[in-house]
Design a protein around this ligand. Structure first.
Ligand code: GRG
Length: 286
């Protein structure tokens, strides 16, 4: 756990420096770049690039600024999704990470375009990097798949359709896997692709990220339920009760840890560093 905490303390500032330095070199309209930088620099846990970098290093990779930029592509996609999710046509939120949302700060049109800019820039950061061509294509294909209509965007649609439906447990897992799990699954896989692990290990890394994402979403549902009087439809506490949701979280976390054990039996890696990613859950459930 300490190993991961040290890694996190070291790399979050580097992630933020590389992202902002690169955004500042963009030769686009100043107002657009300002809106993109506003949301990218608004804070956040940086969990997705941290996951990629921790897994990359755990399999023997040497982290450089170039690798950090590639790892941050998923953070750009995550940031765009939050900007668009906050828009009046979706969740209509005024604040995100303690600051006015992009559309509150810059207006709706600029917020939509800042999101569009981040979405497309993510692919440039991979395509224009100095990594080998095979890894580039694998990363871009997987990111497009997991962020798009059969991934996060599809999950957001299913989530919105849920306003008029009550999902079963299986359906709820499906929605969460797409909306939240898909980007985390990509983040885990990306670390493996960059470290050139075998295809079977890549498959298990994808599974690790997906399970981590499900746990992340159950945790988010539980935290929201603790903060509100009414249980929101299509959440774990509503479906299973608060105690049932806690039990489900414990089961999913055990399954997530088991996947790391499966990977360790296939290829040696720094298990302690990657297992540290699960400290996100331990802190809150102590
Ligand atoms: C608009 C295409 C589109 C997609 C939106 C990500 C998303 C899909 C919606 C955001 C709302 C939400 C609660 C999503 C679940 C995933 C989640 C808990 C996101 C927040 O991620 P964190 O906690 O955020 O990593 P920070 O601020 O730390 O980066």
């Amino acid at each position: 756990m300490q190993k991961y905490q040290n890694f996190y303390q070291e790399y979050v500032p580097k992630i933020e420096q590389v992202m902002d330095k690169t955004l500042l070199t963009l030769d686009g309209p100043a107002s657009l770049i300002e809106a993109m930088r506003y949301s990218v620099n608004a804070g956040g846990k940086r969990l997705r690039p941290i996951m990629t970098l921790a897994i990359f290093q755990a399999f023997g990779g040497v982290i450089t600024d170039s690798i950090i930029r590639v790892a941050c592509a998923v953070e750009l996609i995550h940031t765009y999704s939050l900007i668009h999710d906050d828009l009046p046509a979706m969740d209509n939120d005024d604040y995100r990470r303690g600051k006015p949302t992009s559309h509150k700060q810059f207006g709706e049109a600029q917020a939509i375009l800042a999101g569009d800019g981040l979405l497309t820039l993510a692919f440039s950061w991979i395509a224009e990097s100095d990594i080998d061509a095979t890894s580039k294509v694998a990363l871009m294909a997987s990111l497009a798949h997991n962020a798009g209509p059969v991934g996060m965007v599809g999950g957001q649609v299913a989530d919105m359709l849920g306003n008029d439906l009550t999902y079963t447990h299986t359906e709820l897992v499906g929605v969460h896997n797409l909306k939240t799990g898909a980007l985390l699954s990509y983040a885990a896989l990306a670390g493996g692709i960059l470290a050139h692990v075998t295809l079977p290990v890549q498959t298990e890394l994808k599974a690790f990220g997906l399970k981590y994402g499900l746990a992340f979403q159950i945790e988010d549902d539980i935290l929201d339920a603790n903060d509100s009087v009414d249980l929101v439809k299509n959440t774990y506490p509503h479906l299973l009760g608060l105690a049932g949701a806690q039990d489900e979280l414990a089961l999913v976390l055990a399954d997530t840890r088991a996947t790391l054990a499966t990977i360790a039996a296939m290829q040696p890696f720094d298990h302690e560093l990657v297992a540290g990613l699960l400290s996100y859950f331990e802190r809150k459930n102590d």
